[in-house]
Design a protein around this ligand. Sequence first.
Ligand code: ACO
Length: 397
Amino acid sequence: DVIDVRSLVSEGYFTYDPGFMSTASCESSITYIDGAKGVLLHRGYPIDELAEKRDYLDVCYLLLNGELPNDIEKRDFHRTVMRHTMVHEQMHDFFKGFRRDSHPMAIMVGVVGALSAFYHDSLDITNDRHREIAATRLISKMPTLAAMAYKYSIGQPFTYPRNDLSYGGNFLHMMFSNPCEKYYVSPTLARAMDKIFILHADHEQNASTSTVRLAGSSGANPFACIASGIAALWGPAHGGANEAVLNMLEEIGDVSNIDEYIARAKDKNDPFRLMGFGHRVYKNYDPRAKVMKETADEVLSELGITDDPLLNVARRLEQIALEDPYFVEKKLYPNVDFYSGIIFKALGIPTSMFTVLFAVGRTPGWIAHWKEMISGPYRIGRPRQLYSGEPTREVKE
Ligand code: ACO
């Protein structure tokens, strides 16, 4: 049931809803979630079917345009995105301003925001063409910037994109090829990368997407808006959870230590939480986690990893959490971050890059929401507050 409270404003009322537990901040036709049933649809299509039958760029097209592309649209869109994968050469110098040990998310917030300083032909948000170019550029360049952040951290030269590869395959190439050694891009791993990006592509009004909308509501340019989304994604309660999951699995180390951590997660006096479990909206199995788990099995099998200690801990944790009355009663199921870290680790991607990959995947969702908002009538987002400070008082001399 929806209560429209807009009419209360003229009567001098406003609602108080910290954390937006029951407040819809907008109307949207992009993504539907039924948290109780564990359903996630993009433009009406179930996420598991999209992940199985389509590639990431098809899903980007769907989110941005409302329909899956036909053959000609697909060819044109893929070609356009892959043609814009390079970044301005001067960007290379920009990276050098960061310390080598900077967290790659810190670099991403900076360099994505800085795209607005490089591409002045896509900043006019009232111009359809500018909006299109900005959307394509962001989808094209995010993997390049992400791989550059990684290469910078390990002191290797940047690897230029290969536009003949798939989106996921090109990303793996830019991460792992170097001038002395060409990385073989396995089709299975490239497909897995593509699927991971699909599973992250959109999730309606989560913290980072809401941040992008809020920033966009002031008329800020698209690159600045997406940079604000990356910043909001970074926290461990949101996109940072995939990094936190792996750190947690490593800390647990062995199946024999699991009971101790389960007890800690249930102890109200201990701030520890089982990372990768629970979700604000899903009170059932996260449908993305199911596909992610299958993808983890495919990747580990392709890489010949049969007995991975972290995977054993993860599997046992999941089993216990699904049976333990505390988790059952609170409906704490594994979320999308639970298995993605295991796949990234198997691919050789360092932990600090995990949230960056989430950001790459989420980019079309952020842009689709930004575009949807600025294409219709909208007002600047301006939440109210309940003031609880001092009443008026006199300033003493
Ligand atoms: N481990 C143990 N207990 C938990 C966990 C957890 N992972 N998650 C929630 N709980 C408990 C809380 O202690 C609380 O218990 P109480 O009712 O006795 O106080 C109850 O479940 C409800 O939790 P809230 O924090 O109120 O739920 P909220 O909707 O605000 O938070 C969140 C959701 C942030 C995802 C939370 O479940 C969490 O911190 N999970 C771990 C981090 C994580 O995996 N984040 C990724 C989210 S998915 C994504 O961003 C893609």
